[in-house]
Design a protein around this ligand. Structure first.
Ligand SMILES: NC(=O)c1ccc[n+]([C@@H]2O[C@H](COP(=O)([O-])OP(=O)(O)OC[C@H]3O[C@@H](n4cnc5c(N)ncnc54)[C@H](O)[C@@H]3O)[C@@H](O)[C@H]2O)c1
Ligand SMILES: [Zn+2]
Ligand SMILES: [Zn+2]
Length: 320
C-alpha cells in the first residue's frame, strides 16, 4: 500500500475518458504514474519496507511468468498495464500495488519528485516504444508526430543516439516551441494537412529513417506511412481507438518495419540512472501544479492543453 504524494495525468487517461479503452469499468480510479511512501507491506514483498519512498511504475510485473522472464512486463500474466485501467490507480490518496517487488522503484535520496515522476510512464514509453523500436541511430533523420509529453519524451531520449535531424510535428505551436528548446531541429505545424509533403520536401524526397507516432489517431499514423524512408521504421506509440488504413500498396516494396508496443518499463532502471545523473531533466515538462482536491480543474487544464499551454500537470496530495 503506497501513500501517494505526487501523481499526474497521462494522454491515455484522456483516451479512457473518450471511451477508447472499453475495458475500463465505471467508477475506476484512474492514474498510473506516482511518487509515494510505502504505508503497508504484504507478505510476498521482500524489497520494500514501510516508510520507503518509491516511484510507482505504470506497469505491474510479477517477475516470474513467461512474459516477465522475457522482460516483456507489459504482458505479465498477473499484471502488465492494469493500474488505473483494470484496477484502481494513482490519482488518489492511497493505492494498492500488486507484485510490489517488480512494480516499484526505490526513490534516490537526492532526487526531486517531479523528475522521478516522469519515470513512471513517459520516459520509458518514449524510449522503448519510440526510440528503441524506431531503432534511432547516429546520423538518422527522424520525425516525431505529436509533441505531447510522450512525443517530447521520445525527443529527449532519442538524443542518446545523436540523430542528425529531429523533425517535430504537432498542431500546437506552443508545444512545438517547447520541442525546439528540447532539441528538435525542425518544427512542422500540421494544421493545414501538408505535414507529409513538408517532410518529403525537407528530405529531398527521401523521407525519414524513423517515423514515430505519438498521438494515436488515423491522421498521424497516415503521416508516418507517407514519410517513412526506404529501409525505415514506423514506430507506433499512440493508443488507437479507431482503425487505421495500412497502405501496403505503397509500402510493400520499401523494406520498412512497423512496430507497436505497450511500454514494458524494462528500461526504467537505466533511465533512472540517467535522470539521477542530471543528464536529463524531465521535470522541465511540468507546466501546471494542482492539489489532488482540484483534480477536475487539472483534467480540464490537461484536456485543453493547447489553450492552457499545458504539458505535464502534477497533482500533489497535501492532505495525507
Ligand atoms: N504505447 C504505450 O505504452 C503508451 C504509453 C503512454 C501513452 N501512450 C499514448 O501516447 C500518446 C501520446 O500521449 P501524450 O500524453 O503525449 O498525449 P497528449 O494528448 O498530451 O499529446 C498528443 C499530441 O498530439 C497532437 N496532435 C493531435 N492530433 C494531431 C494531428 N492530427 N497532427 C499532429 N499532432 C496532433 C496534440 O496537439 C498533442 O500535442 C497517446 O495516444 C497516449 O495514449 C502510449
Ligand atoms: Zn500513460
Ligand atoms: Zn509476470
Amino acid at each position: 500500500m503506497v501513500r501517494i504524494t505526487t501523481s499526474t495525468i497521462c494522454g491515455t487517461d484522456l483516451h479512457i475518458l473518450k471511451g477508447d479503452l472499453p475495458l475500463v469499468a465505471e467508477g475506476r480510479v484512474l492514474g498510473h504514474e506516482a511518487i509515494g511512501v510505502v504505508e503497508e507491506v504484504g507478505a510476498g514483498v521482500s524489497e520494500f519496507k514501510v516508510g520507503d519512498k518509491v516511484i510507482v511504475s505504470c506497469v505491474t510485473a510479477c517477475l516470474k511468468c513467461d512474459f516477465c522472464k522475457k522482460s516483456m512486463y507489459s504482458h505479465c500474466r498477473k499484471g502488465g498495464w492494469i493500474l488505473g485501467y483494470l484496477i484502481d490507480g494513482t490519482q488518489a490518496e492511497y493505492v494498492r500495488i500488486p507484485h510490489a517487488d517488480g512494480s516499484l522503484y526505490k526513490f534516490p535520496s537526492d532526487a526531486n519528485d517531479e523528475d522521478m515522476l516522469m519515470l513512471s510512464d513517459i520516459l520509458p514509453t518514449g524510449f522503448e516504444c519510440g526510440v528503441l523500436n524506431g531503432e534511432v541511430k547516429p546520423g538518422d533523420t527522424i520525425a516525431i508526430v505529436g509533441a505531447g509529453p510522450i512525443g517530447l519524451a521520445v525527443l529527449l531520449t532519442a538524443q542518446f543516439y545523436s540523430p542528425a535531424a529531429i523533425i517535430m510535428i504537432d498542431l500546437d505551436d506552443k508545444r512545438l516551441t517547447v520541442a525546439k528548446s528540447f532539441g528538435a531541429t525542425t518544427l512542422i505545424n500540421s494544421s493545414n494537412g501538408d505535414a507529409a509533403e513538408q517532410v518529403m520536401k525537407l528530405t529531398n524526397g527521401a523521407g525519414v529513417d524513423a517515423a514515430i507516432e505519438a498521438v494515436g489517431v488515423p491522421a498521424t499514423f497516415d503521416i508516418c506511412q507517407a514519410i517513412v524512408a526506404v529501409g525505415g521504421r514506423i514506430a507506433n506509440v499512440g493508443v488507437h481507438g479507431k482503425p487505421v488504413e495500412l497502405h501496403l500498396e505503397k509500402l510493400w516494396d520499401r523494406n520498412i518495419a512497423l512496430t507497436t508496443r505497450l511500454v514494458d518499463t524494462a528500461a526504467t532502471p537505466m533511465l533512472l540512472k540517467v535522470v539521477s545523473s542530471g543528464k536529463l531533466q524531465p521535470a522541465k515538462l511540468v507546466t501546471h501544479r494542482f492539489d489532488m482536491n482540484e483534480i477536475l480543474k487539472a483534467y480540464e487544464t490537461f484536456g485543453n492543453a493547447a489553450k492552457e499551454g499545458a504539458l505535464k500537470v502534477v497533482l500533489t496530495n497535501k492532505a495525507v
